[in-house]
Design a protein. Structure first.
Lengths: 227, 221
């Protein structure tokens, strides 16, 4: 099916961040074992802590090198995500740059105790996925919600547990049956509504909904497991 | 607020993925403003979006344009959020100006209340119809029994004030009911106070029963 075919990376000389997650993912449910230990200095930094530190450098001293690193990591991915939505490469590249510029301008708004950098970048990019006419209103809708005070006082080790959360999410995605993972990706990465997913896969709308329900249920179950 | 009926996970996931039509996104956002539990779920789904984004093979950025983008930040001023106590520590104290459901509701204009049946008024929410889905508010007097009806499409109802009951439960302020064309219900508003709901409705309403069929030509939501 064409929608899940990976796009050609177009010969990019992109070097991904060193990812320490991969190892821990394959070694099974070890995530929880580190819970409550706070910072583990002897442990390799999780990628999002790296990203979080880069954003922090932008906040503190408008560090352009930090921005360049974030740009090289996220801009190609945002572009890829927007292209999968059907956006032309040129336009997707422009939008990816806009998204990164937003990150630069709004670095002060990023709260590492509430979201990972990847999740934050995703929220910037998803708002670019809808057409210009609706974009601003939709962004306002999300902006109002971001402005709601968190319920509980954030704990100091919340950042660590957010990194754990991201690992658990990756783990959950890997464990999903292929047909559920496919529907999740069509929704989150390609921004397709249920009806479009049904058309695209040639399956009934109810099947799309039930696959999403199972996938999201599984995801939340894994996230809410007390490790 | 004691919320007992929440939007389903797929609906919250769609909100996080930004794939909902505007009317449904509006109703979900209004619920989220009232429900920390669902805000938490949405942030989990956004985390999923982040992980999926992170795992995508990147699509190359033209080096010339990359250089241009990196140079352009020199002229980009930083936006400083209002009332953030400290910019130095990663964990900020959180004296944000806090939004409420009223701030969400204020994002869209509404038309005047119009009579639509005994004790029942509605007013349109001024947002574009996408996928045949409109948003409106419904206001019903205490004790009003609405006619048994079903929908030609999906219906998402958020109680803003008061409460109603029907075959599937009791819905009070903050509660959400997701219905589709399979479900027929006959809501009755609680006696204590009037009930105001925010509704995203796809298609139209089909009244059931002989009285309903008789009144059908007059229903104009």
């Amino acid at each position: 099916m064409q929608v899940v075919t990976r796009l050609e990376p177009q010969g990019l000389a992109y070097i991904p961040f060193r990812r320490s997650v991969g190892a821990s993912l394959t070694s099974g449910p070890c995530v929880g074992a580190r819970r409550g230990t706070g910072k583990n200095d002897d442990e390799p930094l999780k990628p999002d802590i790296d990203h979080s530190a880069l954003v922090q450098r932008i906040v503190e001293c408008r560090d352009k090198e930090a921005f360049a690193q974030l740009f090289d990591h996220f801009a190609p991915r945002i572009k890829a995500m927007l292209m999968r939505t059907g956006t032309a490469a040129e336009v997707a590249e422009d939008l990816a740059q806009d998204a990164m510029l937003t990150l630069w301008r709004k670095a002060d708004f990023f709260d590492p105790s509430r979201a990972s950098v990847a999740a934050w970048v995703f929220t910037i990019a998803r708002n670019l996925r809808i057409d210009v006419a609706r974009r601003e209103r939709r962004a306002r809708l999300h902006a109002v919600l971001e402005n709601i005070e968190p319920e509980a006082q954030q704990q100091p080790d919340q950042i660590v547990s957010l990194a754990e959360r991201e690992q658990k999410v990756r783990l959950a995605m890997q464990q999903l049956p292929a047909e559920q993972a496919e529907v999740v990706k069509l929704s989150f990465v390609e921004g397709k509504a249920h009806g479009d997913i049904a058309t695209c896969l040639g399956i009934p709308l109810g099947t799309v909904k039930s696959r999403l329900r199972l996938a999201m249920g599984r995801l939340r179950q894994i996230l809410e497991e007390v490790a | 607020m004691n919320i007992s009926h929440h939007p389903s996970d797929p609906l919250l996931a769609d909100f996080a993925a930004n794939t909902l039509d505007e009317a449904n996104a509006f109703v979900v956002a209004a619920h989220l403003a009232m429900c920390p539990q669902c805000r938490q779920a949405v942030s989990q789904f956004e985390c999923l979006g982040g992980a999926l984004l992170d795992e995508l093979p990147g699509s190359g950025i033209d080096p010339v344009r990359r250089a241009h983008a990196l140079a352009s930040i020199d002229t980009e001023p930083a936006m400083v959020p209002p009332r953030v106590a400290s910019r130095v520590t990663p964990l900020r104290a959180q004296p944000r100006s806090s939004s409420t459901v009223d701030d969400v509701l204020a994002l869209y204009g509404t038309g005047p209340w119009r009579w639509t049946g005994p004790g029942v008024y509605w007013r349109p929410v001024d947002l574009p119809v996408e996928n045949g889905t409109r948003a409106f508010m419904l206001r019903a007097a205490p004790g009003t029994a609405l006619l048994n009806h079903r929908h030609s499409g999906t219906e998402l109802t958020l109680v803003l004030k008061g409460a109603f009951s029907h075959e599937l439960g009791h819905f009070a302020a903050g509660d959400v009911e997701e219905a589709d064309s399979e479900i027929a219900h006959s809501p009755v508003v609680d006696k204590e106070s009037e009930c105001i709901c925010l509704v995203a409705m796809q298609g139209d309403i089909r009244l059931q029963g002989w009285l309903g069929r008789l009144m059908q030509p007059f229903v104009r939501f």
